[in-house]
Write a protein of this length. Sequence first.
Length: 219
Amino acid sequence: MAPLPRWWMWRPEADLDAIRRAAKRKRFWARVVEWDVVLAAEARDVVHCDQFTDSAQRRRAGRLCAHFDAVRDLDARRVAQVEQLLWRALVALRDSLPMRAALHRETNRPGLAAAIAEPTRELAELDRRLDQFESALRIVAEESDPELTHSALRRVAALDPLHWSARPPGRPHAEHDRADDDDGADQLQARRVVGSPGHEGGEAEGEDQHGEHVLHETS
């Protein structure tokens, strides 16, 4: 079975030009492709498939990117809002991997029920919110009626998977919306989500590091 394409997502505020220049300086003797730039970037600036050692969570993150990739050409302001939410969701999912691994190791040891109860509840709540966010985003991606698509996109833009404030505290709504309009339009062609899997289908372990990947523009 063919391996899934690579995928990655840049932090919306990341300076991609600076990151690419730094990657080229490190590999001045060789041709630099976008994947080299991704691997050279710091984790604070990018989330990508190779950071997910858990194959199930890697597929889950890939599905989120695939759904977002399918809606990237819709309303720029709303897409920019969803991009921020997706970035937070992917970072939270990536950051949950050590806890998931630790709980997996501890589940068969006696006398630890109380110790693992709270982190287990936290992960269950995170999973619930991420599932809700993924389902809402998938509805937008699969909707064929333009009017319903834009309505669904507005709902996703208002749905924070982590229940964080989508607006910086104290910032007026009108100012926030104007900034979103400007930033979304300027950045729509600059961001990329790569090689979204589309369907869960199955995944070959030890993904081919020379496999093809497809570039898609996002906000």
